[in-house]
Design a protein. Sequence first.
Length: 132
Amino acid sequence: MQGPLKSILAGAVSGIATYFFSLRALGYTNAFVMPSWASLAAWEILVVLGLGATLVALVVHLIAVHILRANAPLALASFLGTTLLAIALAGLLTFGAKTLAAWLLGAFLASLAYRKLRPNNAFKPKPLRGSA
């Protein structure tokens, strides 16, 4: 029972932290000056949402899942529910679809990276064969 609760807690904590950290990060990335050769849509997706939302969600979710050693798919589902609830409570559900998608992409990439890079008891001491 401790495993699912830890995973749900990891997703909820990372979702709340992502929401609050992204507010500041989105403000900073939105203040970057767009070069004249870049298109507005590409700039918004790559710089504003990519750095301000996706990167924040990736880092925060990866840290939360790693520290709590959570189950990645369950933590991802909890993350999605928490961020969806946070945007709905703030009244930004009609305008926050791009941000929510960027957060989900970042958390998905963090869960994928955690599943691929987590330790598999490689450093666990093993008894020698033929001894004792």
